[in-house]
Design a protein around this ligand. Structure first.
Ligand code: BV8
Ligand code: ZN
Length: 246
């Protein structure tokens, strides 16, 4: 596969690189995406599941949905795309992963700097006293667990619709993206806000934006270079290019 010349030039000169990723990054790890064919939300819709009032109305159902997703994630591995991003830390001064994913796969692949905009499905906390509960048996319970300290409901540490993103993480993601000279947007439909503002802000601050996606998206017209293809196939090819330049 041939990459465009201006992109190859950018790879040579870039100092600070951001990898902004969405559910498509984990598709080749067997984790269903949200939208598009096979998307989990095609059958269920987010309003019913990924929001706090749905959780209060039917905590067991929402807890079970997260258990189902946690099991899929625990039975699967990071893919070649995750590993390529972790490897690329060797070739640039500064590499940051800004992910909308809650599946922990970038960290499991060895990426050192991962900003999780929407939380992490491996962590759970009590809705009443906010204490985190890391007990392993939590992941076995099919019913929503109760807090050992106060008896409150335990929920996954993910950002639901209508909820604020973690402020410091969002602010850090914003600032590193505005300073990036090379910004990858990988496997995201770019429809969920405020996360979807980040690539736009990076672009307006002068970053060279490269999209890697199997489809057209809302930002395909805005990026500098749109590469059609799977994250797990394209990213190792870019890593090979860097290897050759070494
Ligand atoms: C908030 C965690 C308000 C839970 C998720 C404007 C400004 C602010 C808010 C809004 C706004 N407009 C609308 C809103 C409300 C809402 C929103 O954005 N709605 C959308 C749907 C219109 N936003 C919110 O509610 C946010 N909160 O704004 O609070 C507020 C403000 C102040 C004070 C108080 C409150 C919270 C949003 C976070 C929701 N939580 N996840 C969980 O995971 O269960 S969102 C969920 O969608 C995931 O995080 C997911 O990552 C994210 C985005 O989806 P994508 O990652 O893009 O995945 P998708 O399936 O859509 O696309 C996959 C892509 O990959 C496709 O393009 C496909 O072609 C591609 N692909 C597939 N295979 C591959 C591939 N690409 C490459 N290789 C492959 N192999
Ligand atoms: Zn509690």
């Amino acid at each position: 596969m041939e990459f465009r010349k201006d992109f190859i030039e950018k790879l040579k000169t870039a100092k600070s690189v951001v990898f902004f990723t969405g559910a498509g990054m984990s598709a080749e790890s067997g984790i269903p995406t949200f939208r598009g064919e096979g998307g989990i939300w095609n059958k269920l819709n987010p309003e019913e599941l990924a929001n706090f009032s749905a959780f209060l109305k039917n905590p067991d159902m929402v807890w079970e949905w997260y258990q189902y997703r946690r099991n899929i994630i625990n039975q699967n591995q990071p893919n070649a795309g995750h590993y390529a991003i972790a490897e690329m830390e060797k070739y640039f001064n500064k590499v940051t992963v800004v992910t909308q994913n809650v599946d922990n796969l970038h960290t499991r692949a060895g990426s050192k700097k991962v900003l999780e905009l929407h939380g992490n499905i491996e962590r759970n906390f009590c809705v009443d006293c906010n204490k985190f509960d890391y007990s392993p048996e939590l992941n076995q319970s099919q019913k929503v667990p109760r807090c050992r300290h106060c008896g409150g409901l335990i929920r996954p540490d993910v950002v639901w619709f209508g909820e604020m993103l973690p402020q410091e993480i969002f602010a850090e993601a914003e600032s590193v993206s505005r300073k990036a000279d090379l910004f990858f947007v990988i496997g995201t439909s770019a429809v969920v806000y405020p996360a979807a503002y980040i690539p736009l802000n990076a672009k307006s601050s002068g970053a060279y934006i490269v999209e890697i996606n199997v489809d057209e998206t809302d930002i395909s017209e805005t990026v500098n270079y749109s590469i059609k293809g799977k994250a797990g196939e394209i990213l190792p090819k870019i890593l090979k290019l860097l290897d050759k330049k070494k």
